[in-house]
Design a protein around this ligand. Structure first.
Ligand code: HEM
Length: 363
């Protein structure tokens, strides 16, 4: 009898190597192809800091990793912070300014997470120490939001940089005029996004960010009382009525009940099942064309994630300051013109409790 050797022959090894190579080529890697990404607006470019601060993007990632690893739901706070920055006088870091007359005290911004503001300040302090006066707060926020999406399960993608920071900020009234509200209907949503240069499809796609994070009862309680919005799944509405005994800001509910901490297409499944929280979410089914986009995303996570990448990059370029416009802030929460009197802002930064809304932490 011939005894077979267990040692693989050379041709078997070669075959195995070629097979693994082919498999690598065939398996889709969760990356957005850089050829398909939007062309940056004038003044922005992919890899803007490659020469001036080569470690910038990597350091953002290095600081965001442990922040998100301890609690991946923190990703939601950073993503929303970026949206609220971009929709009010552009992606210029104006939301980061801590001023009683600024954007932060306005009602929608009162539920931004203090932990998100803290991590941006922490990244900025790190980048100032390695490349002083180089990386803007607006870019730190854009890069951190990109990292948050990626680490919560979205695609890996490049985002253009080169944004400059604002020399000013808006007030509560202007914030309310620019941010869409949870009670908005479809036509209000369409006009809000189109005023920022974003299409109906972008609006639906970006609403998919509600696949992560939480909402406080007061932002959807009108859909529960005095009568239940018939677009709700009845059982889901009953559970919300129990969880939200009044329109309290103290209770928060996961926005995607299927996979609350994963950046995926399940929000669109929730939407089709009558299990989304806001009137604005439910309105995406009010028209056959918008409904078709929702159905497509609910069916296909890959299409959703790659379209989200593209719409997100478009949003990240709204009314950006570039070149000689604006400046590079030293501390994100303070305008440079005022920073000498608050030079200890970074040193005295007290990390807030994770998940603590801004309203509880600092106001
Ligand atoms: C379509 C119009 C939109 C409306 C009306 C809206 C409204 C809201 C409201 C009311 C909340 C809950 C606030 C709270 O009670 O704590 C929320 C949460 C959130 N929104 Fe939106 N939003 C919209 C679009 C977007 C976009 C475009 C993004 C990002 C690309 C986004 C990302 C988020 C995230 C991640 C959260 C969870 C935040 C957290 O858990 O801290 N939203 N949104």
């Amino acid at each position: 009898m011939r005894i077979q050797s267990c040692v693989p022959r050379l041709w078997q090894l070669v075959l195995l190597f070629v097979a693994s190579l082919m498999l690598l080529l065939v398996i889709p890697i969760a990356n957005a192809d850089s050829d398909d990404l939007p062309t940056p607006v004038a003044g922005l470019s992919y890899g803007f800091y490659k020469k001036s601060c080569p470690k910038a993007e990597n350091n953002v990632k290095r600081i965001m990793k442990p922040f998100l690893k301890s609690n991946v739901s923190q990703a939601a706070g950073v993503i929303r912070l970026f949206f609220h920055d971009c929709f009010v006088q552009g992606c210029d870091g104006s939301i980061l300014i801590n001023d009683t007359l600024g954007e932060q005290p306005s009602i929608p911004n009162q539920t931004l997470r203090a932990s998100a503001l803290n991590v941006i300040e922490q990244i900025k302090a790190n980048l100032e120490s390695i490349c002083p006066n180089t990386v803007s707060c607006a870019d730190v926020l854009a890069l951190a939001a990109r990292e948050a999406i990626r680490q919560a399960g979205g695609l890996r993608f490049e985002i253009p940089t080169g944004r400059r920071d604002s020399l000013n900020f808006s007030n509560s009234t202007i914030v309310l005029q620019n941010l869409p509200g949870p009670s908005f209907d479809l036509s209000q949503l369409v006009s809000s996004f189109s005023s920022k240069g974003l299409s109906i499809a972008d609006m639906i796609t970006l609403s998919g960010a509600h696949t992560v994070g939480i909402a406080h009862c007061n932002s959807f309680s009108k859909r529960l009382r005095p009568t239940v919005d018939p677009r709700f799944n009845q059982k889901f509405a009953n559970s919300l009525i129990q969880s939200c005994p009044n329109s309290s800001i103290n209770v928060a509910i996961d926005m995607d009940i299927l996979t609350p901490n994963k950046f995926d297409n399940k929000y669109f499944r929730d939407l089709l099942n009558g299990k989304v929280l806001f009137n604005s979410d439910a309105s995406l089914l009010n028209d056959s064309q918008t409904q078709a986009i929702v159905e497509n995303y609910a069916d296909d996570n890959d299409v959703f994630r790659s379209n989200f990448t593209i719409s997100f990059i478009k949003m990240s370029m709204i009314q950006v300051l570039t070149g000689n416009q604006g400046n590079i802030r030293k501390v994100c929460s303070v305008l440079n013109s005022k920073s000498s009197s608050t030079a200890t802002a970074i040193d005295s930064y007290i990390p807030a409790e994770f998940d603590t809304p801004l309203s509880y932490a600092s106001m």
